[in-house]
Design a protein around this ligand. Structure first.
Ligand code: CU
Length: 172
């Protein structure tokens, strides 16, 4: 990871100003609508939208959270007519082209949750960008099966994933 001096200064300035809400602006990157779903299971997911208001492509290269043993960037892809999720190394965030993490597509995966996720809870996730560095956001936990950060409910997680094929983007 390379950090130019001015970018580093910006990182330091912004670390002290974490918004309590869902929006973080950081080195030209803005992270919005960060949400998760309640689950009694061992694994959890989180979704969000990342905007790039800068002039250069950046990419999300890693994710970290204290809630689980492992935290990974995942996507869904169709293989032999079955929707599967798999780990991906990075997600590019281009200027003017928001990177959307949504049900059926890219997501942050929490593997081996230390405790179940409950509705109304918030927890931190640190997004690590190649250029902008670390951005920590608060994830809001919605109802089990919800399809958006506003908490609309449309059935269970697994069923939903299979119905959301249209969200799938072909990766590299
Ligand atoms: Cu996953």
């Amino acid at each position: 990871m390379r950090l130019i001096g001015s970018a580093f200064a910006l990182v330091v300035l912004l670390i002290g100003s974490a918004a309590a809400g869902e929006v973080r602006e950081h080195g030209g990157l803005m992270v919005k609508d960060v949400w998760s779903r309640a689950t009694p299971a061992r694994n959890g997911v989180a979704y969000m939208t990342i905007f790039n208001h800068g002039h250069h492509m950046d990419q999300l290269v890693a994710v970290e959270s204290p809630v689980s043993k492992k935290t990974e960037i995942h996507t869904h892809s169709m293989k032999d007519g079955v929707m599967r999720m798999r780990r991906i190394e990075a997600v590019e965030v281009h200027p003017g082209e928001p990177a959307v993490f949504a049900p059926g597509g890219n997501h942050v995966m929490f593997m081996g949750l230390h405790e179940k996720l409950v509705v109304g809870q918030t927890f931190p996730v640190t997004l690590i960008f190649e250029k902008a560095g670390k951005v920590t956001v608060e994830v809001k936990v919605g109802k089990a099966g919800s399809m958006g950060h506003d908490g609309h409910k449309h059935g269970g997680h697994k069923k939903m994933d299979h119905n959301s094929v249209h969200n799938h983007k072909h990766g590299s």
